[in-house]
Design a protein around this ligand. Structure first.
Ligand SMILES: NC(=O)c1ccc[n+]([C@@H]2O[C@H](COP(=O)([O-])OP(=O)(O)OC[C@H]3O[C@@H](n4cnc5c(N)ncnc54)[C@H](OP(=O)(O)O)[C@@H]3O)[C@@H](O)[C@H]2O)c1
Length: 264
């Protein structure tokens, strides 16, 4: 592989994004990761230097048009971009309407608009902003690059997940739309939709909330392969999507066959 191929991984400072970024760097991609938390950025930079990985960590906010424009101005002014992995995202569990039992009468608690907007901004608008600048840079530099969007097995809908599922369904729609629009430039656009990953995010939540741990244990029975996924398995799929020359517009589901989005 040519040494001059450049990759960007959003949300690459921890979890799945970091696993993907490390794999790309180990395979010779000059990889840039972005995130918000300064401490994590420093940690990732130090890890890359200690392991002699071609990886640098930069602070940028995918939800801010200005921040994304600044990122690309620095990243692609003189160097082309060959791969953009839109990974930054975050889940939110909220019922559309929750009935809370009161002494006198029941109270209805509705999904706050602010939480809907925050999740959609991170999981969908962030993909739009970064994908738009990545495509423009690839076209400007005449690079037949690839965009890989990270969706979710929950994009089909899931109990208590209005904002997240709608955002991820939107990510899959953008993937197909961009594949139609960008194919003429040789740019391929795919999505990888993970099921539940046995990663940092899950471990943090299950160790802090025993009730959630029990719920997840029950949910695992609905996965035909009987286990959660491993982040390395998603990195495999991202690399496949990045390299496969006739793949575009597809969503690759890596979820062990489930679980379904609604569990009684
Ligand atoms: N983990 C799973 O089981 C699972 C399953 C299906 C789909 N997914 C999807 O996979 C992706 C990664 O999930 P994960 O569990 O690895 O997430 P995670 O551990 O919560 O990490 C999220 C990453 O996104 C970054 N980030 C958050 N807000 C950002 C912003 N505004 N601008 C730039 N970066 C930002 C975080 O950086 P800072 O900490 O520095 O803010 C962090 O690096 C997400 O899109 C998620 O929806 C995950």
């Amino acid at each position: 592989m040519s040494e001059s191929r450049n990759a960007l991984v959003t949300g690459g400072t921890r979890g799945l994004g970091l696993t993907v970024a490390r794999r790309l760097a180990a395979e010779g991609w000059h990889t840039t990761v972005i995130g918000l938390d300064e401490g994590r950025l420093e940690k990732v930079q130090a890890m890359a230097e200690a392991e002699c990985l071609e990886l640098r960590a930069i602070r940028a906010d995918v939800t801010s048009e200005e921040s994304v424009r600044e990122l690309f101005a620095g990243l692609t002014a003189t160097r082309p971009l060959h791969l953009c992995v839109n990974n930054a995202g975050g889940n939110l569990s909220r019922l559309l309407v929750k009935k809370r039992r009161g002494r006198q009468s029941d109270e209805l608690v509705t999904h706050p608009l602010e939480e809907w907007e925050r999740t959609v901004r991170l999981c969908l608008t962030g993909v739009f902003l970064v994908g738009r600048e990545a495509a423009a840079a690839m076209i400007r530099h005449e690079v037949p690059g690839a965009i890989v969007n990270v969706s979710s097995g929950l994009a089909v809908g899931a109990y208590g997940q209005s904002a997240y599922t709608a955002a991820k369904a939107g990510v899959e729609a953008l993937t197909r739309t961009w594949s139609y629009e960008l194919g003429q430039y040789g740019i391929r656009v795919s999505a990888v939709a993970p099921g539940v990953m046995d990663g940092e995010a899950l471990r943090e939540k299950t160790s802090s909330f025993p009730r959630h741990a029990r719920y997840m244990e029950g949910l695992q029975r609905f996965v035909p392969l009987g286990r959660w996924g491993m982040e390395e398995e998603i990195a495999d799929a991202v690399c496949f999507a990045a390299e496969s020359p006739y793949l575009t517009g597809s969503v690759i589901r890596i979820d062990g066959g489930g679980p379904p989005g609604w569990v009684p």
